[in-house]
Each structure stands twice: as structure tokens, then as C-alpha cells.
Design a protein around this ligand. Structure first.
Ligand code: AMP
Ligand code: MN
Ligand code: MN
Ligand code: MN
Length: 284
């Protein structure tokens, strides 16, 4: 089982556990290197680091930035970033403001559909901090209030693009987001490339643009990915000379089938991304 997990979420975004709880779970699962990568937030990193020191888990400072390429939403994981870099923190502050505004707009739409208590319920999930509100919180509300029977249905019926409670977002464009990660001294990793619903041709165009914009790596292994998809991603990483990353994308209770540190090993033709910031580490 891999002991390096470079993608997970705490309750500083749409995960259900505190960084402290997450690190304790990681330690229990045998994860020795963990990157906390909350959506557009670095707020949990100090707490994760403190817990890591106590529990013997090496914490990598991470973030997962929402960005737009070619009018399409993509996610970029920044690894080994300086969370205090002003360009990064100012960029993330803007994203958080947009997130808070969108949260209220989604709530208004759901209220109009008869769900009066949705904003209160969602705010309770994020300790009252509207900057953290994401679509996953609304999806959880829709499941918990019995409007749909699973998260996926919440996106299909209400929250997905073009659905009644969808609100378009002014996320940073890809090159801008790559610039924030670079400025913060981090390595930019294209998150879960197989989840963008893109043709191979379009995915190749994205990878070329990502690399040209300063991206250095892509995720090859994420939880529950089929072996043929992993092989394809490994070949793409090789072709575009990108380092390969791996991570569970653990969120906690909302996706109980995903566990920290539980995914396949990187294929042999990959250059592991952690060579960039932990050159002495050989174990996968
Ligand atoms: P946001 O950044 O607020 O737009 O929310 C994106 C997050 O919503 C993702 O990171 C996932 O956690 C969650 N998400 C997106 N699509 C789905 C889906 N189809 N099923 C379950 N969760 C999803
Ligand atoms: Mn998420
Ligand atoms: Mn993502
Ligand atoms: Mn994620």
C-alpha cells in the first residue's frame, strides 16, 4: 500500500474532518507523507503540520486551486508551496470571496425551490465560515434532507453545470493559477485529468498548455481509478514530460469508499513528483 498521499481535504474546504483528525487517520493508515490540499485554501496547513510533528507524519504544504482553461473548470494541485506567499494568498482570498458569494446565490436558488433551511444547514457544516462553502456541502445537504439519495444525484439534478442551482464561477485562468503556485515556490500538478470529461485530443491540448504555462506534474493515481485509465495517464505523463503524482482525494464522510493512502502504485514508467521536493525518498 502506498505510504505517500498527496491529495486530501479537511473541513477548511469540503472534507469532513479537521486537519488534526486527518493526520491521525493518516498515521493509523500507515501514510508517512501527506499533503493537505484544500480547495482554494491554505488555512489548515499549520494545524496539519503541528499534528504531523506529533504523530510522525511528514506534512507537505498543498492546495487545490479551481481554475479555468478553455472555458472549462480544472483543478490544479500546488505541492510544497509557501502558504504565506502574498501572490498566492491574495489570489486565494479572491477565490474565497467568489466562493462565499456563489454559496449565497446557490442557497437563494434552492430556497426558491422550497429548501428554506439550506443556508443554515450548510453554514453549520463549515463552522459558519462562508468562504469555505462548496458545492459538495450543498450536495450533502440535499442528501441529508432526503431530496436526493446520493451526492452524484445532487450534482446531476441541481448543482451541475446548467442545472437549476448552478452558478458560473469567475475562477482564475489556468496560467494565472500556475503563476501563484510558481511564485509560492511550489510544484503545479494537474489534478485528476481523467475526470474532466474531455476527449483525448482535448486532454492532450490541455496537457501541452499546462506544461507551457509552467505546470510540472499530473496526477496519475487517484482512488478508484481503473487500471487502463492509470496506464493511459502514465503514458501521457511520459509523453508530456510531466512528473507523476498520486493521492486519494480523500474527503471523509461524504465519500466513504475513499480511504487515505489507498490507491494503486505508480506505474514504472513514471517519474514520481516527490523527487522534486524529497529527493532522498525512495519508498512509494
Ligand atoms: P466546488 O469547488 O465548490 O465547485 O466543488 C467541487 C467539489 O464538489 C469537488 O471537489 C468534489 O468534492 C465535489 N463534486 C463535484 N462533482 C461531484 C459529483 N459528481 N459527485 C460528488 N461530488 C462531486
Ligand atoms: Mn472536493
Ligand atoms: Mn478536484
Ligand atoms: Mn480534491
Amino acid at each position: 500500500m502506498p505510504s505517500i498521499d498527496l491529495h486530501c481535504h479537511s473541513l477548511y474546504s469540503d472534507g469532513s474532518q479537521s486537519p488534526q483528525q486527518l493526520v491521525a487517520l493518516a498515521a493509523a493508515a500507515g501514510v508517512t507523507v501527506l499533503a493537505l490540499t484544500d480547495h482554494d485554501s491554505v488555512q489548515g496547513l499549520a494545524e496539519a503540520r503541528a499534528a504531523g510533528q506529533e504523530l510522525g507524519v511528514c506534512i507537505i504544504n498543498g492546495v487545490e486551486i479551481s481554475a479555468i482553461w478553455n472555458q472549462q473548470l480544472i483543478h490544479i494541485v500546488g505541492l510544497n508551496i509557501d502558504p504565506e506567499n502574498p501572490l498566492l494568498t491574495e489570489g486565494l482570498a479572491e477565490q474565497a470571496q467568489a466562493r462565499a458569494k456563489r454559496g449565497r446565490m446557490i442557497a437563494d436558488k434552492l430556497v426558491a425551490l422550497g429548501m428554506e433551511d439550506c443556508w443554515t444547514a450548510v453554514l453549520a457544516m463549515v463552522e459558519g465560515d462562508e468562504n469555505r462553502v462548496g458545492r459538495a456541502h450543498f450536495a450533502r445537504y440535499l442528501v441529508e434532507s432526503g431530496k436526493v439519495n446520493q451526492m452524484q444525484r445532487a450534482f446531476d439534478k441541481y448543482l451541475g453545470t446548467g442545472k437549476p442551482a448552478s452558478v458560473p464561477m469567475p475562477w482564475a485562468d489556468m496560467v494565472t493559477a500556475l503563476g501563484w503556485i510558481k511564485a509560492a515556490g511550489g510544484v503545479a500538478v494537474l489534478a485528476h485529468p481523467a475526470r474532466y470529461d474531455m476527449s483525448q485530443t482535448k486532454l492532450r491540448a490541455l496537457l501541452a498548455a499546462f506544461r507551457a504555462g509552467g505546470g510540472e506534474a499530473m496526477e496519475v493515481n487517484t482512488a478508484n481509478e481503473r487500471p487502463n485509465i492509470i496506464q493511459n495517464l502514465a503514458l501521457l505523463a511520459q509523453r508530456f514530460e510531466l512528473y507523476a503524482s498520486q493521492g486519494s482525494d480523500y474527503h471523509g464522510v461524504s465519500m466513504p469508499w475513499i480511504k487515505l493512502g489507498r490507491f494503486a502504485e505508480l506505474p514504472a514508467n513514471c517519474q514520481p513528483v516527490w523527487q522534486k521536493f524529497m529527493p532522498d525518498l525512495t519508498a512509494a
